[in-house]
Design a protein around this ligand. Sequence first.
Ligand SMILES: C[S@@+](CC[C@H](N)C(=O)[O-])C[C@H]1O[C@@H](n2cnc3c(N)ncnc32)[C@H](O)[C@@H]1O
Length: 314
Amino acid sequence: MTTKLSVGGLFAGIGGIELGFKKAGFDISWANEVDKNASITYRINHKHKLFEKDLRELQTKEVEKVDIITGGFPCQAFSVAGNRKGFEDKRGNVFFEILRFLDDIKPKVIFLENVKNLKNHDHGKTFEVISDELTNRGYHIKYKVLNSAEYANVPQNRERIYIIGFKDKKIYEKFDFPKPKKLTKTIKDLIDNTADEKFYYNKSKYYEKLKNEMINKDTIYQWRRVYVRENKSKLCPTLTANMGTGGHNVPLIIDSKDIRKLTPRECARFQGYDDNFILSEQLANSALYKQIGNSVTVPVIQAIAKQIKKAFDV
Ligand SMILES: C[S@@+](CC[C@H](N)C(=O)[O-])C[C@H]1O[C@@H](n2cnc3c(N)ncnc32)[C@H](O)[C@@H]1O
């Protein structure tokens, strides 16, 4: 096939899914995101049209028809870390907005990403609803939980579920999830030798406690409000949206100088973003941490998108 398949991105955040598809050779047509700060990052890094508004207010006639619709829809409602209300939660309900786009635009493919727990949430009922809604619209579905550390040569332990629906049964049958990739990159490869003073913890009231407990230079620790947890697997723990606020889930390391938290740039690397992805100085670090934690591991998306492309190629 010579013409590129086009993509429209819902819940685009900073555009990790769109970037992965672009790198795999797709043409990104437009995206939607409501958050002002995420939209700032989005606009500096992507050239296509961004509709910056609540998806509930975006009319399908405003956007161009596309071959693929993507969406890493808000996961707080489904995550074990969240309140687990699922579809009762307003944020969970935005899933139904995706269906409106499927009904009106009728893309060939729907690509969804979410937390691993989506599958088991509410004894599997949530996933059943999602699966039924897609199947009833004529989509044939494949899904899989992939860990970034196993599929992207990125040393982050991040398990996410990827759900892909194909209108065409033959293409669905041809599609396979990517094969695991050897992990050669280490934490050290992604860490800078030193960082700006503000990232160091030497003035923190927890400094002495951290110094006693953080002894291993090859790993990343995670601050859990009152204690520090060592990550034994030599992988960066799952980066979360709240890692930059309230002292929770903050990823900590010992660099050549002292104890500090990872910088937003380092976090971006653990999500597989190249250093040419711009993190605006206009934004507070807390906003950047949130955006990166909310995002995806770009090479995982790229690998899946490549497989989708292969399924379409004759
Ligand atoms: C899990 S994040 C997706 C991040 C994205 N995949 C990325 O790579 O950055 C979910 C995003 O959905 C956005 N969102 C939540 N509710 C929305 C709504 N009603 N309309 C538009 N965007 C919404 C949030 O602001 C957030 O950026």
